[in-house]
Design a protein around this ligand. Structure first.
Ligand code: GLU
Length: 476
């Protein structure tokens, strides 16, 4: 018998999709329509750098336009290729549908190692790539709205927004052409940490699901739970920072490009991140043991494993050795279809990517709405809310003194109750609500249907059902 073969990322996503639609009752034509990627645009462009022209290859893939604009990040990485971008665009369709962000799915990528270029060079390259996409409406507030992804962040989004504004001088909604911008360039409070926050809220909601916890063989709360994370980039850093600082989790392993750090007593995420920023890797960090073969640490005994880096890191070669009873996919596609099958058979519970990392696109949605409404969230209501609360507090205090009871409201309560919500609080509340509701919709299917054994299938079922409903509403 030949050894089992691993499929490509896109085949892996398609296979998971097929497994879910086999349990649904969709007309075959519609099933195919939803699965296939509508279009992928490839661009090769030259930029004059260091005295000579360098050619770059970029992609923007549109998976489904059942809702527009389509949405999804742009990544800068040497691993970018058409197969990957199409897989990621498909995941965006399912992700947006699951969390009810009113977008179709898209994804872009530029085949580049951003660390090889200085800031000025990166700006030239990013603006040129953006120019190519804007020209074809592949960046446009009402058609296609990119965001940060691996290797890109606020800075690149600001360049893209500015490039769009230069090319569309009369578009009053120009800022809504891209999300994940810095606050001073039309961004929204809380977007940078949104994906990591979403991972935290997802775990909190999972820990409220008694049956789910039982299936994973976990008990108690998040306090003291041992966490291993792969990748201390934007998502992994914020997720583990919040989980350790606010929920009492112990981060016992951090896997990075050059190796891993382990410490059974828990690592200080901020200290490790500062070390990486200074030294380019985790090697040499003083307060933990260093393990050169970082991938081995994925197999470490722990309660929660958070792959927050690349796709395909848990696959047929190592899935059977993964000991964590619970995996939360902070990255997109970290578990291959083959790896997923092995883990399912073992009873490992996987909180799937399309839900686990949806915090980013959720807050991107809020940012897009903010840009279109041209006003900061909370600007109209905040003081009015405060004055109404003040009325209640004054009345309670008057009643208490007039009746002679002499009750006093605790200052802590008063401060917290009186303060109206600012944009950050509203964003967090909207994100928390989104993550709870989406989890509950998956939970219902996971626990309620005998033919659904895992959360990923449940997530696909919920999301494909919604995409199918919008196609049906269009008469397709
Ligand atoms: N790149 C992120 C993702 O994979 C965010 C996408 C967005 O905000 O549009 O979900």
């Amino acid at each position: 018998m030949s050894a089992p073969q691993e499929m490509s990322f896109r085949e892996s996503v398609d296979m998971m999709f097929n497994r879910a639609v086999a349990l649904m009752d969709l007309p075959p034509g519609l099933e195919e329509k939803i699965r296939v990627c509508n279009a992928t645009y490839t661009v090769r462009f030259g930029v004059r750098l260091r005295g000579k022209i360098q050619t770059f290859t970029g992609y923007r893939s549109v998976h489904s336009e059942h809702m527009e604009p389509v949405k999804g990040g742009i990544r800068f990485s040497m691993g970018v290729n058409q197969d990957e971008v199409e897989a990621l665009a498909a995941l965006m369709t399912y992700k947006c549908s699951l969390v009810e962000a009113p977008f179709g799915g898209s994804k872009g990528g530029l085949c580049i190692d951003p660390r090889q270029y200085d800031e000025h060079e990166l700006e030239l390259i990013t603006r040129r790539f953006a120019y190519e996409l804007i020209k074809r409406d592949l960046i446009n507030p009402s058609q296609n709205v990119p965001a940060p992804d691996m290797g890109t962040g606020e800075r690149e989004m600001a360049w893209i927004a500015d490039q769009y504004a230069r090319m569309n001088t009369t578009d009053i909604n120009a800022k809504a052409c891209v999300t994940g911008k810095p606050l001073n360039a039309g961004g929204i409070a809380g977007r940078v940490e949104a994906t990591g926050r979403g991972v935290q809220y997802a775990l909190r909601e999972f820990f409220r699901d008694e049956l789910g916890m039982q299936k994973a063989g976990l008990t108690g709360g998040l306090e003291g739970k041992r966490v291993v994370v792969q990748g201390l980039g934007n998502v992994g850093y914020h997720a583990t920072k919040f989980l350790s600082e606010e929920d009492g989790c112990k981060i016992i392993g951090i896997i990075e490009r050059d190796g891993a750090l382990v410490d059974a007593d828990g690592l200080n995420v901020d200290a490790v991140q500062q070390w990486i920023a200074k030294h380019g890797g985790v090697a040499g960090y003083p307060d933990a043991s260093f393990i050169e073969d970082g991938a081995k640490v994925l197999e470490e005994e722990c309660d929660i494993l958070i792959p927050a880096a690349l796709e395909g890191v848990i696959n047929i070669t190592n899935a059977d050795r993964i000991k964590a009873p619970l995996i939360i996919e902070a990255a997109n596609g970290p578990v291959t279809a083959g790896g997923d099958e092995i883990l399912r058979d073992k009873g490992t519970v996987i909180i799937p990517d399309m839900y686990a990392n949806a915090g980013g696109v959720t807050v991107s949605y809020f940012e897009w709405v903010k840009n279109l409404s041209h006003i900061r969230f909370g600007r109209m209501q905040r003081r009015q809310e405060e004055s109404r609360h003040q009325l209640v507090v004054d009345e309670l205090e008057r009643l208490s003194s007039d009746s002679g009871i002499g009750w006093e409201l605790s200052p802590n309560f008063k401060d917290r109750y009186l303060r109206g919500a600012d944009e950050l609080e509203l964003v967090r509340s909207g994100l928390d609500d989104t993550m709870r509701i989406a989890y509950q919709s998956m939970r219902e299917v996971w626990h309620g249907r005998d033919d659904v054994k895992d959360l990923r299938t449940a997530a696909y079922l919920v999301s494909i059902e919604k995409v199918a409903a919008s196609y049906r509403a269009k008469g397709l």
